[in-house]
Design a protein around this ligand. Structure first.
Ligand code: NA7
Length: 547
């Protein structure tokens, strides 16, 4: 800890010196890159991180089989040519250990750790109008002040457990996938339960099925999934990837959500039945998110178009799963293909052809309680050695709810956002001056590192502007927030994904008060988002209240 960080503010001093220019909460990809840019500006910055090391999502999610669903090379940082040149991704979709190694390499390469304080969970952040500054309190101990506050707390970082009785009574081992231990878990011969079949559950299930004695999957809602088609990157491909980086990142800037894939300009019914089938077959055989992000332009907005791809993928599931009763349980009935975040899988469906795997439909036979021995449904009690909760996150606003943010006049963010988030460009909030959000609500998510780099650069531009003009107070106006929030809501109209319960619509059965759908994400195109934010910057941030 630096000398300045140890200093406690002196309450008798009417204008105590601030500990830092900027405090950043979180040392995941957003916080790491923000720190790098703040240093370039010559600002005194401190990052507070709850974990013991950098990496955020890739630090916490150590569960078996955790890996990218977007191509490794399109996911890494693009800001440093040297870094791009130095780092070799071993697979098209790297696993979590490799990604965590990468982020540690980045931290070392840019000497980031000296301004990051680990084991430091922020519990509160309070704005003080008299000094135009933020005081950040840590859960354990310590209070620090800074002019500006940047939240880099991640859209999917607050894990949630089922609200079911008896969780603590289980006598075996239990783990949430997002709080997986650093030490390996021995599955050999064990009776294992997995609750949850989202992107995380699917990766876990397909990875451990061959390692466990017996696996029981508790599925509440069947999810659509499509093949990942991962593979090793050979030396020749590696050289091509590196030579093609400028072009590839340019493409990511042009596509709808910064992935390598972007919607096909044709509608699903603008081709013949045979052409449509062939196109789906091609997409199903290709790497990555193409079948989701590179499909016909209308499959995520038009029910009839969506039904064609849903029907295609349902047939694939029936072909891949031998027991047709099980196949039927695995085919979603309550939402169309791609209307929730699409999990990508590697022989996931084939798992259900194994003798040691059972699928339990907990819509039909709900879980009543966790018992010392295992899980009791309305049908029977199952006995386990290990229970894995792959039950997801209190997404997007959940990590904000966990910190007691208080803005001007003591207004609590949790109260302000009771009916859903309200933001300016997904970056700022009225009555929360000098606070900027990275990957908060209402921002373009998509291929997250691409969005992170853009948002960090925007925030950095704003802080440079403030520094150069000696500004000490930056605030989104009420009108600016209203206009952006209305815009984000309008963009969501007509999207099939906004008519479905998922973390993307703010639904979480495990969290009180999160049973009503909200528009939590910006669903326009990334280029349109950037154009709007660039325009604000080019006009000298004239939509903000500056002081
Ligand atoms: P998700 O996608 O939110 O999936 C959570 C899963 O857990 C999903 O199948 C849920 O069923 C299930 N779940 C949640 N709570 C319960 C309870 N109480 N009982 C039974 N089943 C439950 O989270 P993931 O971690 O898989 O993925 C999150 C994102 O991380 C992913 O989209 C990627 O962007 C990376 P439900 O569908 O709610 O019925």
């Amino acid at each position: 800890m630096s000398a300045s960080a140890e200093k406690q503010p002196d309450s008798s001093d009417p204008a105590p010196a601030l500990d830092f220019d900027v405090i950043v909460i979180g040392a995941g990809m957003s916080g790491m890159y923000q720190l790098y840019r703040l240093r370039e500006l010559g600002l005194r910055a401190r990052v507070f991180e709850a974990g013991t090391n950098v990496g955020g999502t890739w630090y916490w999610n150590r569960y078996p089989g955790a890996r990218f669903d977007s191509e490794s090379y399109s996911y890494g940082f693009s800001f440093s040519k040297e870094l791009l040149e130095e780092w070799d991704w071993s697979e098209h979709f790297a696993g979590q250990p490799e990604t965590l190694r990468y982020l540690n390499y980045v931290a070392d390469r840019f000497d980031l750790r000296r301004d990051i304080q680990f084991n430091s969970r922020v519990s509160a952040a309070v704005y003080d109008e008299a000094t135009s500054s933020w005081t950040v309190a840590l859960a354990d101990d310590g209070r620090f002040t800074a002019r500006f506050l940047v939240t880099a707390i991640g859209p999917l970082s607050t894990p949630t457990w089922p609200r079911v009785e008896g969780i603590d009574s289980f006598a075996g081992q239990s783990f949430h996938t997002a709080r997986w231990p650093k030490e390996p878990v021995d599955f050999a011969g064990r009776r294992v339960a997995v609750i949850g079949t989202g992107a995380t559950g699917i990766q876990t299930i397909q990875t451990i099925a061959s390692q466990v004695g017996h696996l029981t999957v508790f599925q509440r809602t069947a999810n659509w999934a499509a093949p990942l088609h991962n593979g090793k990157i050979d030396a020749e491909t590696q050289a091509k990837i590196k030579a093609g980086y400028p072009e590839m990142f340019k493409r990511c800037q042009e596509t709808f959500s910064c992935f390598l894939h972007t919607p096909d300009p044709r509608g699903a019914f603008e081709v013949t039945d045979g052409e449509r089938e062939a196109f789906y077959e091609k997409l199903y055989g290709e790497r990555g998110f193409g079948i989701w992000q590179g499909n016909f332009r209308d499959v995520l907005i038009d029910r009839a178009a969506n039904a064609t791809i849903s029907d295609f993928v349902a047939r694939k599931i029936r072909q891949r799963v031998k027991d047709q009763k099980v196949a039927d349980k695995l085919i979603p009935k309550n939402h169309g293909f791609g209307t929730r975040r699409l999990p990508l899988e590697t022989f996931y469906y084939e798992v259900y052809n194994r003798d040691n795997v059972e699928l339990v439909d907990i819509k039909a036979t709900p879980i009543e309680r966790i018992t010392p021995k295992g899980i009791r449904t309305t049908e029977k009690e199952y006995e386990f050695d290990i229970i894995i909760y792959a039950t997801g996150f209190d997404a997007i606003t959940g990590s904000f709810d966990k910190i007691d943010f208080r803005g001007a006049d003591g207004v609590r963010l949790k109260d302000k956002w009771k009916a859903g988030p309200e933001t300016y460009l997904g970056l700022m909030i009225h009555q929360f001056p000098n606070m900027m959000m990275l990957m908060g609500p209402h921002t373009a998510l998509g291929n997250i590192p691409r969005s992170i780099e853009y948002s960090v650069d925007w925030v950095t531009g704003l802080l440079r502007f403030a520094r150069d003009r000696g500004l000490t107070r930056l605030e989104a106006t009420e009108a600016g927030v209203e206009s952006w929030t209305d815009h984000v809501k309008a963009l969501g109209v007509g999207l099939l994904s906004n008519e479905v319960d998922s973390w993307m619509t703010g639904i979480n059965s495990n969290v009180e008060g999160k049973q009503t759908r909200i528009v939590a994400r910006y669903s326009g195109s990334a280029p349109a988002y950037r154009a709007r934010c660039d325009e604000v910057a080019a006009r000298g941030y004239d939509e903000l209240r500056l002081g």
